[in-house]
Design a protein around this ligand. Structure first.
Ligand SMILES: Cc1cc2nc3c(=O)[nH]c(=O)nc-3n(C[C@H](O)[C@H](O)[C@H](O)COP(=O)(O)OP(=O)(O)OC[C@H]3O[C@@H](n4cnc5c(N)ncnc54)[C@H](O)[C@@H]3O)c2cc1C
Length: 476
């Protein structure tokens, strides 16, 4: 009989809800071996094409069964320089695990018994970090910056750091310019530490400095320095500025006090340490009846952070409720995040659409007027559309709202470069084959091109852009 998937250890709910410690532990060596040996080494493995950056999953899992950790690291690193990051946050249930032979055909997401590829990848990344594995990959130059080419990357999210990794490996000098004081984009300001500890994130980004990549933080291209200055200095530019602007519901009362966008809320805690106020200078308001609106990863992160903020502030009779217009089945958030949120005590109300925020005499939010919905025909995303039910109005009491219904292009840069073509949402238009923009030798990728996507998709676009740049330079 097929052995079941090896489940990782997790902190108990009591151990996790009043702090930001990582919830899911990695496999022990014994657990890793048990899981790796479940892989049947398919003759034609589908998991590899299920991975947007096409890691040779079959090979690295085999290397793990042989305890060839350096070999496994090299196999992954050849395609992905961020195994500890991706092993923690990749939505593998819709990607490699969904393509695993243990997932039934046509299943919308991975079966529970699909090989736990991300946890095996995380094992390799964590092992490499803990054992300081050095690399000697055959595609890397022996010395730094062996060509005279210079490339600038704007933004330091997954798309840009992938470009930096790929190009520096070919001896190109890469300089990364980041607006914030910390590197990583959403990985740093959006995803909470209980999902992605910052030592893991910074270790993998900092490895790039071994290949000569230079990072400049606190530099807003388009404000601190102009795009045209960069254009004069660099042979090519990659724009990976992400989708950092919030989407609002645009309903009455949305500017009331204590209504945050998820981005602001998460940035205050994850980046500015509002959980440690006044030791750090950024405060945050903590409600007792917090409502999070949305059904994606951002909503789950906001809800779980909000819950911890209540506990840290000794609000033990507080409540965090997620409102979503569709049902749980249509929620875009990762299943594991929904499960963790539920375990931790986050409540859910499905088929609910907010139509107005109600304020008190001081201008603070005190309620949300909502309509009940039912599911109609599928929309362009393939998910069944929420249809509001007439006369179904009701009010939810609240004292703090976090709006997490999506993000859109950060246009700080594109607004200053008239030749850069964008679509009606502000996304930069690229040639999808090369990722080149309307300006020659200027490339773009990640969420600034495709809207809100995933980390590995941003990395995949970064790889495509890097390939085009290498071809342009005649290096491949
Ligand atoms: C809260 C949250 C949770 C998520 N969880 C997951 C998850 O679990 N799994 C998953 O796969 N995906 C997840 N995503 C989506 C994923 O994080 C993004 O798709 C990915 O980070 C996009 O990468 P990027 O490189 O395009 O941009 P970003 O990560 O957005 O990085 C862009 C960077 O560019 C900088 N920048 C912008 N303008 C300028 C400028 N003018 N000059 C200099 N720098 C600039 C920004 O400060 C930012 O640091 C999540 C997103 C959010 C918001």
């Amino acid at each position: 009989m097929k052995k079941p998937v090896v489940k990782p250890q997790e902190l108990t709910v009591e151990q996790r809800i009043n702090n930001f410690a990582e919830v899911v532990s990695g496999y022990t060596e014994e657990e890793m071996l048990q899981e790796a040996t479940r892989c049947i080494q398919c003759k034609n493995p589908k998991c590899i094409s299920g991975c947007p950056v096409e890691i040779n999953i079959k090979k690295f899992i085999y290397q793990l069964t042989q305890k060839d950790f350096k070999g496994a690291f090299e196999t992954i690193y050849e395609k992905n320089r961020f195994p500890s990051i991706c092993g923690r946050v990749c939505p593998a249930e819709y990607q490699c695990r969904k393509s695993c032979v243990f997932t039934p055909k046509n299943s919308p997401y991975a079966s529970e018994n699909a090989i736990n590829i991300p946890l095996l990848e995380r094992y390799v990344g964590d092992y490499a970090r803990q054992h300081n594995l050095t690399l000697n990959l055959n595609f890397q130059p022996l010395t730094k910056n062996t060509t005279n080419y210079k490339v600038a990357c704007i933004g330091s999210g997954p798309a840009s750091i992938t470009v930096a990794g790929e190009l520096s490996a070919y001896g190109i000098q890469v300089d990364v310019f980041e607006a914030l004081h910390t590197l990583g984009g959403v990985l740093s300001y959006g995803i909470p530490t209980f999902r992605l500890p910052r030592d893991v994130l910074h270790y993998e980004i900092n490895l790039l400095t071994n290949y000569g990549v230079k990072f400049y933080t606190g530099v807003i291209v388009g404000r601190t320095i102009s795009f045209y200055e960069l254009k004069k200095t660099y042979d090519a530019i990659f724009i990976g500025t992400g989708a950092g602007a919030p989407t609002w519901l645009n309903i009455k009362g949305e500017s009331l006090i204590n209504i945050y966008s998820a981005n602001e809320y998460l940035t205050r805690v994850n980046l500015m340490h509002a959980d440690k106020f006044p030791q750090y200078h950024t405060p945050i308001n903590v409600g007792k009846k917090i409502v999070v609106i949305g059904g994606g990863n951002t909503a789950m992160d906001a809800a779980r952070v909000a819950l911890r903020m209540q506990k840290i502030n000794s609000i033990n009779d507080g409540k965090v409720t997620v409102l979503y217009r569709r049902t749980e089945l249509e929620m875009p958030a990762r299943k594991v995040e929904i499960e963790h949120a539920k375990e931790e005590g986050v409540e859910f109300q499905f088929l609910v659409q907010p139509i107005e925020f109600i304020g008190d005499k001081d201008g603070k939010v005190m309620g949300i007027k909502c309509l009940r919905c039912e599911l109609g025909e599928p929309d362009e995303s393939g998910r069944r559309r929420p249809v509001p039910i007439k006369n179904s109005e009701f009010i939810i009491d609240t004292d703090l709202v976090i709006v997490a219904i999506g993000l859109q292009a950060n246009q700080t840069l594109s607004n200053t470069v008239s030749e850069l073509k964008t679509n009606k949402w502000g996304d930069i238009i690229v040639n999808p084959e090369t990722m080149e923009t309307s300006i020659e030798n200027v490339y773009a990728g990640g969420d600034i091109v495709g809207g809100e996507g995933t980390i590995i998709e941003a990395m995949s676009m970064g790889k495509k852009a890097a390939r085009s740049i290498l071809q342009k330079f005649g290096l491949i």
